[in-house]
Design a protein around this ligand. Sequence first.
Ligand code: XMP
Length: 360
Amino acid sequence: MTMKDSQVYHIGGRKITVTRKNLQTEQENESSSASQVRPETMERITTPELANAFIEEQVQAIREQVGENGKVLLALSGGVDSSVVAALLIRAIGDRLTCVHVNHGLLRKGEPEMVIDVFRNQMNANLIYVDAVDRFLNKLRFISNPEWKRKIIGKEFINVFEEEAQKLKDVAFLAQGTIYPDIIESEKGVKAHHNVGGLPERMNMTLVEPIKFLYKDEVRVVGTALGLPDKMVYRQPFPGPGLGVRCLGAITRDRLEMVRESDAILREEFAAAGLEGKVWQYFTAIPNFKSVGVTDGKRTFAYPVIIRAINTTDAMTATVAEIPFDLLQKITARITAEVEGVNRVVFDLTPKPSGTIEWE
Ligand code: XMP
């Protein structure tokens, strides 16, 4: 069969150029990820011994897949899945893995620092830290529609990541923290399979997905066995668009700092009260309107902060967590005293449905 060097297709409004090279890569991808079904014989990983056996097996599999000189790239968000993949790959191929951590300005307080500390300082990873804060916030200025915000954040993330990838030479593999629920949900059409939306299709690289048959609880057991800190392994879910969907309406830098600071206080107080790991997800959000208040006898006109704390098993429905009232009062006192620009705190009593977990 003969084929022109490239062929352009228009699919779903997107222009896709298929070249000989990426056609081959797609075929390789298909065969390398031929099985998307967890083997029935695979034991559930619940103990350090089972985790260590899995790690050994995957280290071998990664070495075989990428060969002696193959280089791998990974977008490292600091979430549990990408962190476990990073730690596995570091063990398998050391500095032939390049991790790229993009700070889009919408991360929680202390997160970029933790990624740098754990991976660069403790694990000796080859880590590129990209400060893209201004770039993202400038793109998001005046954008109040939540879905547009998500799209802009996702698209800009890919742009930044691709730019970093282009600076590197001879990197043929792209690692991803795909886990088994991602595959199942993508098959059911609930969400797109790849958690860094659209990257693999555009980047023409072969995928390395060492945890694709694991459930979340197994990923955590493996993460602990790899030596990752509990803070990283047991962290609560955090959306890709981050604080961007918790700074309601058009994102402003002052309100973004208010949501970041109030979230840090909330997490600190929940941890001190022993609620870490007991409440499924908790965070603050900040609306884009002010209310009247009074501080030290003086009228204030400042923002409210919303506390959300929910329990769920699958995030499809959720109940409101029962938080001791004195703890809520303490958190309120700290937020109104310590976060400049906030004069009021409210607690969201809405289950899902009718509210979603996030406000946007
Ligand atoms: P909702 O708000 O839909 O949230 O009830 C359900 C779960 O999904 C998280 N979430 C997201 N995660 N990108 C993500 O990666 C997103 O755009 C996004 N929106 C919501 C949310 O934090 C909750 O755990």
